[in-house]
Design a protein around this ligand. Structure first.
Ligand SMILES: *Cc1c(COP(=O)(O)O)cnc(C)c1O
Length: 227
């Protein structure tokens, strides 16, 4: 069941890569396990997945603990909102944070990242569709924020993340993903060694891969509906 769904998602990624003339290794699947328990993560691990995304800090921490025997073999990514009073456990427990949306959070994560661990891998979340209700940096803030975050010693700035407004047509799905890619290009043109575009979910991963996604974050298509 789980293995079939995973196979189908990998097949979609492969087809999208072929369509875009991109090597399939250039896109990494992040399995978004939010609201599903440790048993579901273990099933996906047994089917070959090694990278999991969590939205809620406490739920993620609990799952990391419940799957302690797999800790060295799983990469845990926080992809949901992060408040400043939760940064310490995140700096101590996660490998990646995709949802850094202000400098204060980045500074705390850097100060709190334990010395015995490698730098925390981070992306800046961008409000690419400019929605009033959405978190993320405004496009105009991204270059300055990236310079400041890149200078923090215990973080490694990897790139940009976005959750575009849902759109029905393929062209409308591509537009915000293209805008995020262009923003990453602007950072690279300034000499930032960034390589990651975290974009694309169950409904729009093909459009994201067409525009250069390097990490697609897929939940529903792997684990089923969240009720
Ligand atoms: C839930 C979530 C996903 C996965 O969405 P699906 O539509 O279930 O694939 C990806 N990214 C973020 C930030 C999410 O919160």
């Amino acid at each position: 069941m789980m293995a079939d769904k995973l196979q189908e998602v990998h097949r979609r990624i492969e087809a999208a890569c072929a369509q875009a003339a991109r090597p399939v290794e250039s896109v990494t699947l992040l399995a978004v396990s939010k609201t599903f328990g440790p048993a579901a993560v273990r099933d996906a691990f047994e089917a070959g997945e090694r990278r999991f995304g969590e939205n809620y800090v406490q739920e993620g921490i609990d799952k990391i603990a419940a799957l302690g025997d797999l800790r060295a073999r799983i990469e845990w990514h926080l992809i949901g909102p992060l408040q400043s009073n939760k940064t310490r456990v995140v700096a101590e427990q996660f490998d990646w944070v995709h949802s850094v949306d202000r400098l204060k959070i980045a500074q705390r994560l850097s100060e709190q990242r334990p010395q015995h661990l490698p730098p925390l891998q981070v992306c800046l979340q961008v409000n690419i569709s400019g929605e009033a209700s959405k978190s993320g940096l405004a496009v105009a803030e991204v270059i300055d924020a990236a310079c400041a975050v890149a200078a923090l010693p215990r973080l490694r700035l990897r790139g940009l993340m976005a959750i575009p407004e849902p759109a029905a047509s393929f062209d409308d799905q591509r537009r915000p993903h293209r805008a995020l890619r262009e923003l990453l290009g602007a950072l690279q043109a300034q000499g930032q060694p960034v390589d990651t575009l975290s974009m694309g979910m169950s409904a729009d991963l093909e459009a994201a891969v067409a525009e250069g996604a390097t990490i697609v974050r897929v939940g529903t298509a792997i684990f089923g509906g969240r009720g």
